[in-house]
Design a protein around this ligand. Structure first.
Ligand SMILES: C[S@@+](CC[C@H](N)C(=O)[O-])C[C@H]1O[C@@H](n2cnc3c(N)ncnc32)[C@H](O)[C@@H]1O
Ligand code: SF4
Length: 377
């Protein structure tokens, strides 16, 4: 049985998951609005100590048995491999089915990968973003396309470690030729890759790109919607031909290499987020930790709860969220959760037995389809 069928018969198959946020980077990229800062070595051991303490504070006793662990950021691969190994050992997670670490091409090496394997890592998610150096410069990345290809080669040689790569499409300076260049490089390395996440560039507040665009120092930050749709469907065509299937709007995998950790988010399983800005969803309550690393450290060092925000959705909000997340991934939405399919969206959905999924045309219109299913169905 495939992963998607597993989740249809048991939506909690990969629940709970644990996410650990590492907020350190070598340099902050122009588009990035995550809780990150340039790494200062004196903060790293303090922060990892705080994470281990938060885990102790929040784990729910002997029955606590997470199935997936995801160490993201930020740039976890900046950390000394032994520090990461030590953190994971302190968390004593026994029955993990999947353990992912995010890495940047310039800070991953053979020695770190060996330590990752010893620590139980099963998957590396590599931030490639583009294979066009011009776009990588626009993003303010510290690697070039050659460095990304070398990192892909290195990771793919590690036995027992799956490789996922991240790409971003639709940046202002990305013309059709530039996207073709990225896709051609993707074809060259495809045999070494198991999974791909690809997001449209979003212009976030308080990023270098938003400042530059306000000052009109960058003429075009993001491509228009039609161009974004063209880039997306062209990528999908290339990836299908290379043997990847689209199992969530922005995620493609070879069979059996889907991210269990992320699928658990999309079917609204439980997860615990540790570290600054990390989100949790436990017993129907969604919460987020304080965004700033300094505030997080101060709270944890005083042994205070670092939660900044908490909410429980109303029944209507919960249904809309369930439908939207379900539609975005190929698990779909149980038809029994919604009424009849309104005629206005018939072309945008498929009926697969007891489930409603998005058609190819519907993939970029999940918000509209979800709203119509919930309000007019
Ligand atoms: C927060 S990053 C962490 C991974 C790693 N540090 C990296 O950058 O390669 C996770 C992913 O989110 C995506 N991302 C972050 N900001 C984005 C934005 N403004 N628009 C689109 N994708 C974004 C990128 O693809 C990135 O790889
Ligand atoms: S995109 Fe990744 S490397 Fe760049 S600042 Fe954000 S977390 Fe750091």
């Amino acid at each position: 049985m495939g992963v998607i069928e597993d989740l249809r018969s048991d939506p909690l198959a990969f629940s709970p998951g644990v996410y650990v946020h590492i907020p350190f980077c070598e340099k902050v990229c122009t588009y990035c609005a995550f809780s990150v800062q340039v790494a200062k070595s004196e903060y790293v051991p303090r922060y990892l100590e705080a994470i281990a303490n938060e885990h102790e504070l929040r784990e729910s006793g002997s029955s606590w048995s997470p199935k997936t662990l995801y160490i993201g950021g930020g740039t976890p691969s900046l950390l000394d491999g032994a520090l990461l190994e030590n953190l994971v050992a302190r968390m004593r997670l026994k029955d993990l089915q999947e353990f992912t670490v995010e890495a940047n091409p310039e800070s991953i090496n053979d020695e770190k990968l060996k330590l990752y394997r010893r620590a139980g890592v099963t998957r590396v998610s590599l931030g490639v973003q583009s294979f066009d150096d011009n776009i990588l410069r626009f993003f303010g990345r510290t690697h070039d396309a050659e460095t990304a290809k070398r990192a892909i080669d290195l990771i793919s040689r590690q036995e027992g470690i799956e490789l996922s790569i991240d790409l971003i499409y639709g940046a202002g300076p990305e013309d059709a030729w530039s996207w073709e260049k990225t896709l051609n490089s993707l074809k060259e390395v495809a045999d070494q890759v198991d999974h791909i996440s690809c997001y449209a560039l979003t212009l976030e507040k308080k990023t270098k790109l938003s400042v530059l665009s306000k000052r009109a120092q960058v003429s075009k930050v993001v491509q228009d919607d039609d161009t974004l749709a063209q880039r997306y469907y062209y990528l999908d065509e290339v990836l299908q031909a290379l043997g990847f299937h689209n199992y969530e709007t922005s995620n493609w995998a070879r069979d059996g290499y889907e991210s269990r950790h992320n699928l658990n988010y999309w079917v609204r399983g439980e997860y615990l987020g540790l570290g600054c800005s990390a989100h949790s969803f436990i017993a129907g309550v969604r919460s987020a930790n304080v965004f700033s690393m300094n505030r997080y450290l101060a709270k944890m060092e005083r042994r205070e709860d670092p939660t900044d925000f908490q909410e429980t959705l109303s029944a209507e909000q919960e249904l809309l969220e369930k439908v939207l997340l379900g539609l975005r991934c190929s698990v779909g939405v149980p038809a029994s959760d919604v009424g009849e399919i309104p005629p206005s969206i018939l072309k945008l959905v498929h009926r697969q037995g007891e489930y409603i999924t998005l058609s190819k045309e519907g993939r970029m219109l999940a918000d509209r389809v979800a709203l119509e299913l919930v309000t007019k169905g």
